[in-house]
Design a protein around this ligand. Structure first.
Ligand code: 13P
Length: 341
């Protein structure tokens, strides 16, 4: 393990002004996204769409530090034969790879899942490193509901995340540690804070027991927000304050940075929340984005599978990337959104 290199990569992933594009949708998920814009999910269409993103020079050069890829994409070439990984590197961004095999039902824990994918991971990491990946992602899913999450679920997921993270570091790949507390329920923000704190405590304990070196990791958590079906909404300031409070209680200062998932927030909410946190400041880590939907919903809609829309889709992507880049500096303003509209 080359800790110096791991730390350098992790720092580059969370460099102020930039953040991560999560473009690692599995075949099932990208099909769902394409269904909403009326595009058939073929390998060529998936390639064309992702090529469009990676060739968005303005976004990629200025606001995207790294891109999380799916197994198919890391092996794909652009239309002109250039490997997609090369396009990302040429834009000065770091290629990464999703390595988990998805969340599977957890026995005796109704409604809960554990993320699988540890078997053979050492060999897969070696191959991905050879293909250019310098960081990886593993997503654990924790749902909030009546009587859940259980300790069983939190413990099993935290342990798997730590096993994954150790294998990554052994292979000189920076692990993105992603324990996602879902925003699907009707719970309030206090319940989200309580569960997120519990989850993060367990995750850092397991990382310690599995000898993971925190300087060579990036955390990808949910923000502390009310469930989607909660009657009580929260202001951006409240989300920011509560999220920072929970993170301060759980995440050691040795962690270089925290890159949030968007998790179903609207594009502008995800930006406003990140911006509000960076305006508060006073924490030891960089706070940035690792958004999937909140970066891609706009370009997907603009593209809608038509080659004549590529430039418009790239503009939509660059706009969201820029807004989130500003949010990493606490310099986003709502009027910038209106100006673009
Ligand atoms: P969302 O930002 O759409 O939640 O996706 C981020 C991600 O990579 C989830 O694993």
């Amino acid at each position: 393990m080359n800790l110096e290199q791991l730390n350098k990569t992790a720092e580059a992933m969370v460099k102020p002004g930039k953040g991560i594009l999560a473009a690692d949708e599995s075949s099932g998920t990208i099909k769902k996204r394409f269904d909403t814009i009326g595009v058939e999910s073929t390998a060529d269409n998936r390639r064309d769409y992702r090529e469009l993103l990676f060739r968005s020079t303005e976004a990629m050069r200025n606001y995207v530090s790294g891109v999380i890829l799916y197994d198919e994409t890391i092996r794909q070439n652009a239309k002109d034969g250039t490997p997609l990984v090369k396009l990302i590197e040429q834009a000065g961004s770091i290629p990464g790879i999703k390595v988990d095999a998805g969340a599977k039902p957890l026995p005796f824990c109704p409604g809960e899942t554990v993320t699988e994918g540890l078997d053979g991971l050492r060999e897969r990491l070696k191959e991905y490193h050879g293909l250019g990946a310098r960081f990886a992602k593993w997503r654990a899913v924790i749902d909030i509901g009546p009587n859940i999450p259980s300790y069983t679920c939190i413990k099993a997921n935290a342990h798997a995340l730590a096993r994954y993270a150790a294998l990554c570091q052994e292979a000189d790949v920076v692990p993105i540690v992603e324990p996602e507390v879902l925003m699907d329920g009707d719970h309030d923000i206090a319940r989200c804070a309580e569960v997120t704190e519990w989850v993060l405590k367990e995750v850092y304990l397991e990382l310690y027991y599995n000898r993971v070196v925190l300087e060579g990791t990036v955390l990808k958590p949910n923000m502390v927000i009310p469930g989607k079906k909660s009657a009580k909404k929260a202001s951006a300031e409240e989300v920011a304050e509560r999220t920072i409070q929970v993170l301060k209680r759980c995440v050691p200062a040795a962690v270089p940075g925290i890159a949030f998932l968007s998790g179903g927030q609207s594009d502008e909410e995800a930006t406003a929340h990140l911006d509000a946190m960076n305006r508060i400041g006073g924490f030891p880590w960089k706070l940035t984005f690792s958004y999937g939907r909140a970066l891609q919903a706009a370009p997907q809609k603009a593209w809608s599978g038509r080659s004549e829309n590529v430039a418009a889709a790239q503009r939509a992507f660059s706009h969201r990337a820029k807004m989130n880049g500003l949010a990493t500096l606490g310099q986003w303003k709502n009027d910038l959104e209106k100006k673009a509209a």
